[in-house]
Design a protein around this ligand. Structure first.
Ligand SMILES: Cc1cc2nc3c(=O)[nH]c(=O)nc-3n(C[C@H](O)[C@H](O)[C@H](O)COP(=O)(O)OP(=O)(O)OC[C@H]3O[C@@H](n4cnc5c(N)ncnc54)[C@H](O)[C@@H]3O)c2cc1C
Length: 370
């Protein structure tokens, strides 16, 4: 894959960190189900918390391809650290970058881009996952601003995020949705216990509750009633990073097999699996970088990002599954990374729009274009 000199140098920097420091910690992070604070601290030191945002607001001023490379390389080493970076950058920071007022941007973007705080995005609710427009959380006007009641589920980074972007109905009859910002510690905003998950066990995932949460008028993000469009735009970009995360996990599964069988002649059936893994990974890489390049070039990338996420996610699950198969019973144990990658990869088929939703998006857009 052709990279510019800047992208290549950036890739080498991130790969060296991921292979040198992150990979060695991945099994322990998973086993302890502990948020990798030390690794996130290193991401901050290396300037990786605001990769695609302008230097003027504290970002690295790099492109979406660089951001995808970073998520891929970090996830190749540790899925939990990869999703932490992806959710922070694409879901927590991007809506403020895209839609925030000058004051909101000035206040939050430097803190988010330096990693002083993590970002989080609260969209999903009980009964409103794929059907994100089915949100029931309600923000009612008060003389000084808003009062919010409702709940969210499965929110990544929530306990480490000083600021949460979330959606709420601002007009129940018209099903009008708007986005808001809330600071951690605001009375009425509570963060539930960390979820016990199949995979990505080091990532921080919580249910949230809003009970008579009073917010000032300037907590509104962007324009009133634009929350659904803002959410779609955020997810369209976010899908590139989940595609990159899946790509990294798939590569991590292949790395595992190549490491274990270095210098050993593989059975032909296993060599076929390895060939198929590498081929699918290469195809996924093209899709992910193509979507990232389209976004950087200002082209329509919605179908491309859905394709990248769909294909890379299913590739990650398939590659981890084949890695376990090649290793046999040992692959089914914690002696190898394959079982962890298999558990981590499954999320990529669910989060930020399930594979079924990606197929709906792709199918609808193809048919609309005719
Ligand atoms: C680890 C983790 C982290 C997450 N992080 C966040 C986060 O930071 N912020 C956030 O807001 N959310 C987050 N989520 C939630 C995630 O985005 C949702 O789980 C996802 O959108 C699916 O919603 P659901 O779980 O309610 O499943 P459902 O929507 O109930 O779907 C269940 C099944 O039905 C299928 N289905 C549903 N509707 C259709 C349809 N119209 N056509 C075809 N098939 C359909 C789905 O594809 C799926 O197979 C996270 C989830 C997990 C597990």
């Amino acid at each position: 894959m052709e990279l510019t000199p800047v992208q290549q140098a950036f890739l080498e920097k991130v790969r060296s960190f991921a292979q040198g420091e992150v990979k060695a910690r991945a099994a322990a992070v998973d086993a302890a189900e502990a948020f990798p604070e030390d690794l996130v601290g290193r991401l901050c030191e290396l300037g990786l918390m605001g990769i695609p945002y302008p230097q003027a607001v504290g970002g690295a001023g790099l492109d979406t391809v660089c951001y995808a490379l970073a998520v891929e390389e970090i996830s190749r080493a540790c899925g939990s650290t990869g999703i932490t970076l992806a959710a922070h950058t694409s879901l927590g920071t991007n809506p403020i970058h895209l839609f925030g007022s000058a004051e909101q941007q000035e206040h939050w973007l430097p803190r988010l881009c330096s990693g002083q705080t993590l970002g989080a995005f609260g969209l999903t609710e009980p009964g409103a996952g794929s059907d994100a427009g089915g949100t029931r959380t309600r923000a009612a006007r008060t003389p000084g601003g808003w009062v919010v009641n409702g709940s969210k589920m499965w929110i990544t980074n929530a306990a480490y995020a000083d600021v949460l972007v979330f959606t709420a109905l601002t007009d129940r009859d018209k099903r009008e949705i708007s986005c808001f910002l809330v600071e951690k510690g605001t009375p009425g905003y509570t963060i539930g216990a960390c979820e016990k998950k199949l995979g990505l066990r080091g990532s921080d995932t919580h249910a949230l509750a809003f009970e008579n949460l009073h917010l000032p008028a300037d907590a509104l993000l962007g324009e009133l009633g634009q929350g659904f469009q803002q959410m779609l735009k955020t997810l369209n970009g976010g899908r590139i990073s989940i595609g990159a995360m899946a790509l990294g996990l798939a590569q991590g599964a292949l790395d595992e097999i190549l490491d274990v069988f270095r210098g050993v002649t593989l059975r032909q059936s296993h060599a076929f699996y390895v060939a198929d893994m590498a081929t699918r990974i290469q195809a996924a890489r093209h899709l992910v970088y193509d979507a990232a390049r389209a976004k950087d070039a200002g082209r329509d990338y919605v179908t491309l990002s859905a394709m990248a996420k769909l294909f890379a996610s299913e590739t990650a699950s398939w590659c981890a599954d084949r890695a376990i198969q090649i290793l046999g019973a040992e692959g089914y144990t914690r002696a190898h990374a394959a079982e962890r990658i298999w558990r981590d990869a499954k999320l990529c088929e669910i989060g930020e729009g399930t594979s079924e939703i990606q197929r709906l998006v792709i199918g609808r857009r193809l048919l609309e274009a005719r």
